[in-house]
Each structure stands twice: as C-alpha cells, then as structure tokens.
Write a protein that binds this ligand. Structure first.
Ligand code: BES
Ligand code: MN
Ligand code: ZN
Length: 499
C-alpha cells in the first residue's frame, strides 16, 4: 500500500528515492516544466547538454531515468514527457507513465504541473491509475509499489487544492475497483457472484459511524419472474448461473436533484445461439463494465457526500449457449409489458437494459444515464479510446461537459429519425430488437433503448471501445479493464448537485 501526501516543498529540496519532473516539447527544443524550475536551477548550465545527450524530446509517453549524482538530494531524476500542450489531460497521462517507471523506488515525489485544483487532481489520478495492477491470479505477486508518494503543489496549503487531492483519491479508488471487477475471470464473476460482490462492497462502504449511506436490493431470478423482467430472464436463460438485478439507492437529506444510473452487466457474452466468432468472444468478460462503472460511481458520489439523489440499476446476466437459450424468433415481454422480437441473441445488452430502464423510470428521476458496452459499431465509428454519447440534447451536453472535466474522451452521436421506424418493424411484437442492417447499428441500439425511457431526459454511453484496453498501457490507462465512465459520472453528479 502506498501512502499519499500533498506538500508544497521544492523538488530540489525534497529527499525521496525518485523525483519526477515534466519535460515540455517546446518550440526551441525540450525544456523542464516550471514545476521543475528548482531542478533546472540545481543543474544550471549542465541541464541543456544533459537533456541533449539523453535524447530527451518531451513528447507524450516518453520517460527517462537519470542518476542525479549529487545534483539533487534525491538519487534519481525521472523525466516524463508532457507533449506540446500542458493541460490536465497531458498531466494525467504523464503522471500515469511516471508511475510505471518508479516501481523500484521506496519513495517518490511528483513535481508535475500542479498549481491548480484541476491539475492536482490530474497528477493524483494519473499516478494512482497508471500504477494500477491486477495480481489476484498471479501466484508470485510481490508489490513493488513505492511506500510513499508525495504530490508537490505550490497550492498544497489551499483548501480547494487539498479538497481536489482528497476527492481524486476517492475517484481513483472507484475506478480501480471497477477495473478489478472487469478483470476478474468470467467464471468467477457470474451474475450471482457479481451481485454478492456488490453486496459485500456496499457493506464495506457503509460500515461504521459517519460512513456513507447506500441502500441495496438484489432481485434474484424468482423475483425477476414475479416482476416480469423478461429481458433479463431471457438473456440469462441459457446459463446455469441465474440472472440478477442489483438496485442501489443513495438519498442524502436535502438533495434537490435525482439521477438514475443504469449499467449493462453481461458477465460473459458468448453471443448466445447467434454465437460470436472466437476472436470476438475473447474479451467478453468485460461486457459488465457498464454495471461495474455505475455501481462504483454511486459509491464515489456517496463517499464524496454529494447532495444529489442517485438510484442505480445493474442488470446482470450471462449470455450463453445451451438448450435453454433464447432463440432468434423468440418474443420476450419486458418489464412493463412491451414485447420484443429477438432476431440476434448477440444483441443482448439492450434486452437487459430495457427492463432496468423501465425500473428507473418508475422513480421519476430528473435524468437517466445508461452505460453499456453495447455495440461493436461504436468501436468502428469512434475507435477504442472514445465513447459515444446519445440521447436527449441537454443530458448529452451535461455528460460531455462532465467527461471534459474528468479527462475522458466522449463524442456525441445522433439517433437518426429512420431508426425509430426500424425498431418498430417487427411483424409479431411491439419492437424489433435488431434488423440485420449493419450500418449505424450503434444508433439503432440507442433508438431501441430510448423506447424504454418514458420521455425522461436521458443519455446513453456506449463504452464498448474504451472499457477494455487490449493493448499495452498508455498514460494512466493500464491493460485490461479501464474503469471508463466512473470519473465522468462523478463529475456529472457534481455538476447536477451545484444547480
Ligand atoms: N458486447 C457486445 C458489444 C461489444 C463489442 C463490446 C466489442 C465490446 C467490444 C454486444 O453485446 C454485441 O454483441 N453487439 C453486437 C450487436 C449486433 C448484433 C447488433 C455487435 O456489436 O456486433
Ligand atoms: Mn452481444
Ligand atoms: Zn454484449
């Protein structure tokens, strides 16, 4: 366990095993960032030739370790690229890169741009998330993480800066816990086990005096049948592990606004009878990333004590192949009575979300936000680092604004008029789940979801791309589950609470 502190000291006077300084990609070549000015002063005229002989450029992702040989009280100087723009995004990434370069140091000081609350948040989140590892299933996992991490900020004694530092730690805890859930192998996180894990996490969060108050209800397959949640039951029908619906409530006194969060919790997506090809099935343990994100965001909002009511719905099912699986051609009756003709069992997310969205509308929240690894189409459209946002203009705008402050890349996508016609094209049921026209499949899915929102202001986040990093680490984003959307949802709740 690393202990985190915030201090206003100079990096040239801080004694740690390693001190991290940012390098800008300036127009006249690489230059140390202002936060490292004292380091530059300590090196004096030796700095330029040193940077030159090391081949430092300052570009994003670059990291170099230099022995200080007495030039600084710390034996090791870590130079990390800030790129051409030193905004919060650049700082968050640089801190993440630095985190993976200092794993052998016992104590580390970060002297990155941190003179505003926003930047202190970026440094803290970037470092902690960049240092994330998932070692539960490694036989010999020894932690090499530093025991002590010091964030240096000239504003370390200012109230807003201290608050930003502490709040950042609450958010990173939620993001890391989301990553953990996504990374757990699917056989160890079936719907009943996932629901148990949420019960345990809720208990842990809410224990003790002064702890945040979050209520939880878990609906099992019998209760789901009594309610008529045909979407969740249908998708879960092929699995020997029955489905669940987890509902959380955070209702602080005096809250003027009410937000409902809904997250797709497919613990494994084989595609069902419309089975996926092997290569597409490989990472489908991550198909519950939306559910994990909304649950952990709820915890963070509660832990921060934000004065906004939050009702969270996490439908959990495993989409499997067996004699009891739903078939193309089957008609499901969703919660509330609407019927859906299934034609592709791999478009299962919208079916579980349909039930959960209707549950959310019954509470008449001011807005509903759903988060789902919904379509490969969105990955084709936006790539694997950008989430698509669709829905009511005002909620979409709020989500995009929150994503910007949270440092997550999200982009608005339309729900074209023609999709409304296509979703009602079923000859046997109220709605068609799918229509085999590939083009704009992510937008068709959004139009389908909208049918279950009862006209309540709503936004849908398709995180199919950014929820799982199949490659190597970049910036603060480590391989595997990324915890995307958690920080955005927390910032959305912050903005709503301030209204
Ligand atoms: N879980 C997948 C979407 C997905 C794809 C998530 C890639 C992460 C990475 C979803 O259930 C799915 O299979 N969607 C289908 C929809 C189609 C059948 C309309 C898809 O994307 O092909
Ligand atoms: Mn699917
Ligand atoms: Zn899926």
């Amino acid at each position: 366990m690393t202990s985190y502190t915030l201090r206003s000291a100079s990096p040239a006077k801080t004694r740690c095993d390693a001190v991290v300084v940012g390098v800008r990609q300036g127009s006249g070549g690489p230059e140390l960032d202002e936060a490292g000015a004292d380091v530059a002063k300590a090196y004096g005229r030796k700095l330029r030739p040193l940077l030159a002989s090391l081949g430092v450029t300052g570009k994003t992702g670059e990291v170099l370790k230099v022995p200080t040989s007495g030039a600084l009280p710390s034996p090791l100087l870590v130079l990390v690229g800030l790129g051409k723009k030193q905004d919060a995004t650049a700082v968050r990434r640089a801190a993440g890169v630095a985190a993976r370069a200092v794993t052998n140091a016992a104590s580390v000081a970060l002297a990155l741009p941190a003179d505003t609350p926003e930047l202190v948040r970026a440094v803290t989140e970037g470092y902690e998330l960049g240092a994330y590892t998932f070692t539960t299933y490694k036989k010999e996992a020894k932690s090499t993480a530093p025991g002590e991490l010091v964030v240096l900020s000239p504003g370390a004694r200012r109230k807003e800066v201290v608050a930003a530092f502490e709040e950042a730690r609450v958010v990173t805890r939620a993001v890391a816990a989301t990553r953990d859930w996504v990374n757990v192998p699917p056989g160890d996180l079936t719907p009943p086990l996932f629901a148990d894990a949420v019960v345990a996490a809720t208990k842990e969060l809410t224990k003790g005096r002064g702890a945040p108050k979050v209520g939880i209800r878990v609906l099992d397959e019998e209760e789901l049948a009594e309610l008529g949640c045909g979407g969740i039951l249908g998708v879960g029908a092929g699995s020997s592990a029955p489905p669940r619906l987890v509902e959380l409530t955070y209702a602080p006194k005096g809250a003027k606004h009410h937000l409902a969060l809904v997250g797709k919790g497919i613990t494994f997506d084989s595609g069902g009878l419309t089975i996926k090809p092997a290569a597409s099935m490989n990472e489908m343990k991550s198909d519950m990333a939306g559910a994990a994100a909304v649950v952990q965001a709820t915890y963070a909002i509660a832990a921060l004590g934000l004065p906004v009511r939050v009702s969270t719905f996490a439908p959990m099912a495993e989409n499997m192949v067996s004699g009891s699986s739903i078939r193309p051609g089957d008609v499901l009756t969703t919660y509330g009575g609407r019927t859906v003709e299934v034609s592709n069992t791999d478009a299962e997310g919208r079916l579980v979300l349909a039930d959960a969205l209707v549950r959310a509308t019954e509470l008449a929240p001011d807005a509903i936000v759903d988060v789902a690894t919904l379509t490969g189409h969105m990955v084709v459209a936006l790539g694997d680092r950008v989430s698509g946002v669709m829905g009511s203009d005002e909620v979409v705008a709020d989500v995009l604004a929150a994503a910007a402050t949270a440092g997550e890349d999200m982009w608005p996508m339309p729900i074209p008029e023609v999709m409304s016609e296509r979703i009602t094209s079923s000859k046997v049921a109220d709605l068609a789940q799918h229509d085999w026209i590939r083009w704009g499949g992510g937008l068709f899915a959004a139009a389908f979801l909208r049918e279950f929102t009862a006209g309540i202001p709503w936004a849908h986040l398709d995180i199919a791309g950014p929820s799982f990093n199949s490659g190597s680490a970049w910036g603060h984003v480590t391989p595997g589950g990324t915890g995307v959307a958690v920080a955005t949802l927390v910032d959305l709740a912050r903005a709503v609470a301030e209204r």
